[in-house]
Structures are given as structure tokens and as C-alpha cells.
Design a protein around this ligand. Sequence first.
Ligand code: AMP
Length: 470
Amino acid sequence: MDKSLKHECGVFGVFGHKEASNLTYLGLHALQHRGQESAGIAVVDERTMRVHRQMGYVADIFDATILDALVGSSAIGHVRYSTAGGSVLKNAQPFTVETRRGNLAVAHNGNLVNAERLRQDLEDKGDLFYTNADTEVIAHVLARHKKGSLEERVGRVMRRIKGAYSFVMLAGEKLIAARDPQGYRPLVLGRLGDAYIISSETCALSLIGAKFEREIEPGEVVCISDEGVTSSFPLGKTKKEKVQQCIFELIYFARPDSHIFDRSVYAIRKQFGVRLAQESNVPDADCVIPVPDSGVVAAMGFAETAQIPYEMGLIRNHYVGRTFIEPTQQIRHFGVRLKLNPVEELISGRSIIVVDDSIVRATTSRKIVSMLRAAGAKEVHMRISAPPILWPCYYGIDTPERSQLIASSHSVQEICEYIEADSLAFLSQEGMMETAQGTTGGFCDACFTGNYFIPPDEITAPAEVSLYEN
Ligand code: AMP
């Protein structure tokens, strides 16, 4: 079985700023939602590379002394959120290697679907691997291509790797950013004075006062050096209809204050809520409450459209980590209660519409319905601003194996019974796609439809590996 890791991660890069590591530290703070397991920063100062990686949150990993030691005018950073088996320091990124051609640091977001095959090939040729992360495969493939400029070698790497990747790379005096030809994961380019910034999301640009320039396009390699910025498409430009931007970034993963895929995440999420209300309102309900934070924006769109008062009927304790990083089912159940508490006076004796963005195993919804009933709710109507998740993701979102996705084996009515709600409705597939459509190309909606752009036969990544089974 493939032991490579899925990556729900965030990447950041700075070129040409004397405070590169401090800016990267700030950028990683803004990308913390993309991964809370480990973080790291690598810097280059002339030909010396320095790196600091550690398990934990960005705020706990770096301090002034560590950042001061990361001297250099170019840096890359990474926050990581892995699935099973990989929660160890050696898998923290940026991944660094020393080669005859100089040092190299790579930070990667996404999941390669042929990483295991490539790794076997490379091992057969005598390569030794230090980690079991895809990123190391990228570094090895690159190290094996010895001729040509760095950008040309990155192009050759892109011909060999398949799947989802948005990565930043630091080598010699260059910062490289590349996005896979389908453009699954976001990646943007910004400017801060004379310096260039690369980030998974624009929220990190705003934090450091950088100006958004443009998205890195699907299949594009951007190379930043003292000579300026060059752009190339080693596999050719991707036709719009072949672009597969991850729709789940818009539904759940990206921060609502970001613009990705040329859209405001906030505006799209709100529109998902508008459409959901048009499709499945409960006209007699007394109030609409979001599941914080995931359902907040969609619930506003829902409430406005339904003309039903919006209330924060569930209060979130922000000092507890995400439910998904709890290691066992038992702790996870406990986690939901620890994280959310109902405001009884808003709930008691009333008919409530609860809006969340997704149901995966339905543990969260079941717990929420039971909490609201215990707080005296007369009726609880659950509304979900995405369709039922039926298929695992092979491109970097942490979804469990198919058998654990409740919607893969239960009808909407059965899920409703399981979560003990009075009614349950999901956003329709058409509703989601019509709302999301934009100018930058199509979307990957495989988690809802099973239509994998890279067909599952070719997929060697471990769908059966999931966080909860640790
Ligand atoms: P579940 O209890 O398994 O149905 O999980 C549903 C909750 O998890 C919802 O509140 C979602 O916002 C959240 N969620 C969905 N997908 C993910 C993911 N890939 N990582 C972390 N949280 C998620």
C-alpha cells in the first residue's frame, strides 16, 4: 500500500526582502487554517540555506531568536496538515536537500497520485528516501535531471509527476512557484514594494500589506530571480475546460477573506447559502443559526434569502483545535461538545434551521442536533451548503475512505434519521456548480460525483488511509 501522505497544506514564499523570514512567519500565520500539524521556514542567504521546522502551531514554533537566525532575502514556508502515519517531525516541510548543484528547499501543497510509483522507480535506481512525503519525490526527480536551468528542470519534473500540486522552491538565487496543469490547489503572486510574494491564498498577502498581482495559472512555472519574473508552461497552457480547481476550497477549506480561483470565497459561500434557501427553505422556522465557523457565511446568505432572523445560537470555543485533528472517535465526539455550546434562550421552544457546509461522517451534525434538543429546540432542520460527499479525495483534501462517508451508504432520509433532525437538505449539485462557475475554468467535484479527472485506476494514493484510524 502506498504510504505517501495527503497534504492539506499552505505554502508561502518571499523573494528579495531583507525581512524574508519575518514576512514568511506572518504569512504562515494567515495560512494556519490550511494545516496545524507542523510548520517550517527555509531561507537562502547568498549560497547558505537555513531551515527551521517543528511540530505544532506557527505561533509556538518560531520566536524572535529563531527568526533572527533565519537570515536571508528569500524564504519559503509551509504549514502542514497530514493524514495517518505522517504526524512526525521528519515529514515537516520545507523539505531541504543538498545537491552538487547547490541546496534546494521545496514546500508543497497537494497530493501526487503517482508518487508511490515514482518512489519505487527511484528506489530501484538506488535513491534512498528520508521521509514518506510526496515532496521528497519531487526533490529526487529534480535532482536526477541535471541539465538545463532550474525552470527547465522543474518543467521536466512536471512531466513526470501527476496529481495536485502547488509548490514553492528555493534554489540558489531563485524562487520558483509551480501549479499543476489542472490547477487543483490555489497559488497567487503578490508584490510588496520591490519584493515578490507567493502564497496559497490572498489572505496572507493582505496581512503583510502586499498587493495581489495575479494567480499562478494552471500548469505555470513562475521563476523569480534578480533578473525579474519569468513565466513558462512546460506542458502547454491548459484549456479552460480541463482546469479542475478544487470546489471544496470554496466550500470549506480556504479562508473567506481570500480570493482564489479569481473569486471571493466569502461571496461564493454566501451564494451557496442563497441557493440553498431557494432550494430548501423552512418558511415557518424561527431562526437560522450557523455551525461556527464553517457554516457562518452560507447561513447569512440563507437567512437573508429566507427572510428569517439570523442568530449565533451556537458559540464556538476558539481555543480548541479543529475536530478533524483529534486522533480517535472517542475524543472526536467529546471535541464537538468542547467546541460548541448552544445559547439556550435563542434555542428553547423554537424551530431552528442549522446551516453547515458539509457532512462527512455526520458525527458533528448528530452531536449538534442532540445539543440543540437538549437546549429545548422545538424543531431542528439541518441544511448543508454543499451536496452529499460520496467519494474520497485523491488530490489533497483529507476525506476518509468511502465506507466512512455516510452519504455513500445512506440516503438523505437515512442520514436525517441518523442525526435525528426534523428535516435535512443538501445543496443540489447543479446549485453548487452554477453558483461556483467563473472565468478561470472548471472545477473538480469528484468528492460529490466520483468523476476523477485522473481516473481511479491510475491512482496509487491511499484512499483507505484516514486520520481517525490512527
Ligand atoms: P463530520 O462530523 O465527519 O460529518 O464532519 C463535518 C464537519 O467537519 C463540518 O462541520 C465540516 O465543516 C468539517 N469538515 C469537512 N471536511 C473537512 C476536512 N477535510 N477537514 C476538516 N474539517 C472538515
